[in-house]
Design a protein around this ligand. Structure first.
Ligand SMILES: [Zn+2]
Length: 74
């Protein structure tokens, strides 16, 4: 067990597997589910498409891709 800064809100939290604190992880999970859901029906979407349809900020989407969460196209 170690203390770490949340990657999103920079608050200190007790680090387990996630880079995020609990509340940010919940938001992250929700975004992740939304994007997954969206990509299931729109497999060839770009970041911009996803942003426009889900309202999730582009920076957030790029971060998710960087973290290897979501395999969408450029
Ligand atoms: Zn956080």
């Amino acid at each position: 067990m170690s203390i770490s800064n949340c990657k999103q809100c920079h608050r200190l939290y007790i680090r387990q597997q996630s880079f995020y604190c609990d509340s940010c992880r919940q938001t992250q999970d929700r975004h992740f589910m939304e994007v997954r859901q969206f990509l299931r029906t729109n497999p060839n979407s770009t970041v911009l498409d996803i942003h426009q349809q889900t309202g999730i900020p582009i920076a957030k989407l790029l971060e998710m891709r960087k973290d290897d969460f979501v395999p969408f196209r450029r």
